[in-house]
Ligand binder design. Sequence first.
Ligand SMILES: [Zn+2]
Length: 81
Amino acid sequence: MVSKREHRALRRGVETYLDGEADPGLAVSVRRHLAACWACSADAEWLVLIKGALGQIGDRRPPELAVARLARYASTLSERR
Ligand SMILES: [Zn+2]
């Protein structure tokens, strides 16, 4: 059983731990907490999925159609002068 006090104290540490930024002491505490706390382990699973999905977005160039629209819009703005 996880105490609310422990849950509140380690809840923010979960993301720090998942980012690989937790010091060794915090990492041990978070791993132990994740093994016992349903709420934090569920949050951790979501965070892993979200961070994994964001990591797969490598190519951030705008699509060609959007570039063409922007160019057309820019030319209409310059024609108004
Ligand atoms: Zn928790």
